[in-house]
Write a protein that binds this ligand. Structure first.
Ligand SMILES: C[S@@+](CC[C@H](N)C(=O)[O-])C[C@H]1O[C@@H](n2cnc3c(N)ncnc32)[C@H](O)[C@@H]1O
Ligand code: SF4
Ligand code: SF4
Ligand code: SF4
Length: 418
């Protein structure tokens, strides 16, 4: 078996059913990817390709533990038997390594059987839910416009019943962004201790802008608009995007409640990453890291792309049938892609928050500057957030440096101001 000579984990998310999904969330960046494989009748990974991927993926790791991430589209549209087969293959090629699995789902297809499977095999389940019903159902609907919140809540109940480890992914869009505490309290009420908030920032290729505007929200899409990528200059913003001000305000408002009541009880990934950067450690979300290009995706047919948000023909690294994962992940094209992250405008280079922000995701950098590189669209929001949390982060980082729990901040804030 080939072992990679590189000392960091290689990470490739798998799309076993491509972009196919039982929902048609209005803001979804992935649904349109089905168009890349228009002529292909079934967007399902073959047994042979699955085995090839699993063997190579495990063989390419330099670490003792290997993490598989199942992503979509809607992952639960493949049967349990498919994932059982994948686990058998993982064991076949594990050679003593520890294998972990996590799966991302919209939660609507969860059943007792699924939850038993996840519980029995210790899978970590990521569930997408955008907060209380009115916010969630604004955008997360079927093609027929039917809402999904009740089904997701039922799914969460089943996960809890079977004691499956799960976390929530909530996107922050033009609508729910104005209600940070309603969203945060909802997650606390359902006892969700791990929450990831992702800002929605999408642009639309010229020509599709009118089409999306004239479609009623949640109306049936015949074909999805092609959302713009980094190279489409001047593409208009999709109306469901969060504004920088909304994003900054959303984070600051939730932070104020979290830092006084919830540290170490609830984990909000953005706050976690900010503290990691304050400590000079590697944050767990790529967007706040200093470099990227380490996390690719593989489509059902073996095509490998630079990143889940760059599944465009120009960011295709190759196909696993023709090239090894190692050669694609460490090849010239992916190395160049990774450099996008460090190509920052003057504003970022001079910014006091650069160590915590790193210009965020290159996907969101489309604000023209006088210099060579674009500025991140969300910059104003991040400046507000970092300035707001700085004294608290400093306090928590100091606790950590003294090997004390950062949660001490809650006691301190009862009698002091920062
Ligand atoms: C593409 S979905 C695939 C897995 C599964 N169908 C689900 O909804 O969880 C993965 C995650 O991306 C989020 N997402 C969808 N569109 C997005 C966008 N335009 N920007 C950022 N995140 C988005 C979804 O809410 C979901 O949490
Ligand atoms: S459920 Fe997931 S893949 Fe399906 S449309 Fe919604 S965000 Fe996209
Ligand atoms: S381009 Fe954005 S989403 Fe992709 S790896 Fe880099 S920071 Fe992460
Ligand atoms: S806050 Fe703005 S200027 Fe500072 S690093 Fe982030 S994007 Fe750049």
């Amino acid at each position: 078996m080939d072992y990679s000579p590189f000392a960091r984990p290689l990470y490739v998310m798998l799309k076993p059913i491509g972009a196919h999904c039982n929902l048609a969330c209005e803001y979804c960046y992935y649904l349109e990817k089905a168009n890349l494989y228009d002529g292909v009748p079934r967007h399902i990974i073959s047994d042979e390709l699955l085995e090839k991927f699993i063997r190579e993926y495990i063989g390419a790791q330099t670490m003792q533990s290997v993490l598989f991430t199942w992503h979509g589209g809607e992952t639960l549209m493949r049967p349990i038997a498919f994932y059982e087969k994948a686990m058998r293959l993982q064991q076949k090629y594990a050679e003593g390594r520890q294998i972990d699995n996590c799966i991302q789902t919209n939660g609507t297809l969860l059943t007792d059987e699924w939850c038993e499977f996840f519980a029995k095999n210790n899978w970590l389940v990521g569930v997408s839910i955008d907060g209380p019903q009115e916010f969630h159902d604004e955008y997360r609907r079927t093609r027929q416009g039917l809402p999904s919140w009740h089904k997701v809540m039922k799914g969460i109940e089943l996960l809890n019943k079977h004691e499956v480890e799960w976390n929530a992914l909530a996107v922050v869009n033009d609508f729910n962004a104005d209600y940070p505490l309603d969203v945060y309290h909802f997650f606390k009420e359902i006892n969700c201790r791990y929450i990831q908030f992702t800002p929605i920032v999408e642009r639309i290729v010229e020509g599709d802008a009118e089409a999306i505007k004239t479609k009623k929200r949640s109306a049936k899409y015949k074909s999805l608009p092609h959302l713009a990528n980094l190279t489409d200059d001047g593409a208009p913003l999709a109306e469901f995007s969060v504004t920088p001000e909304q994003w900054g305000n959303f984070l600051c408002t939730i932070f104020d409640e979290w830092v006084r009541n919830d540290v170490a009880e609830y984990y909000v990934l953005t706050f976690d990453c900010t503290l990691a950067n304050w400590m000079g450690k590697q944050p767990s979300i790529c967007t706040f890291g200093a470099s990227c290009g380490h996390a690719a995706v593989m489509e059902f047919n073996g095509d490998v792309y630079a990143c889940d948000h760059f599944v465009f023909p120009e960011f295709k690294l190759g196909n696993i049938r023709e090239q090894s994962l190692v050669s694609m992940m460490y090849g010239e094209q992916q190395t160049e892609f990774g450099k996008l992250k460090t190509q920052l405008p003057k504003q970022c280079l001079a910014c006091k928050w650069k160590f915590a922000c790193n210009g965020e995701c290159p996907k969101n950098r489309f604000v023209k500057t006088e210099g060579e590189y674009n500025l991140n669209y969300l910059c104003a929001g991040y400046k507000k957030y970092f300035a707001h949390v700085a004294p608290y982060m400093e306090y928590m980082a100091e606790q950590l440096r003294q090997e004390l729990p950062p949660a001490n901040i809650m006691e301190y804030l009862k009698t002091h101001k920062l």
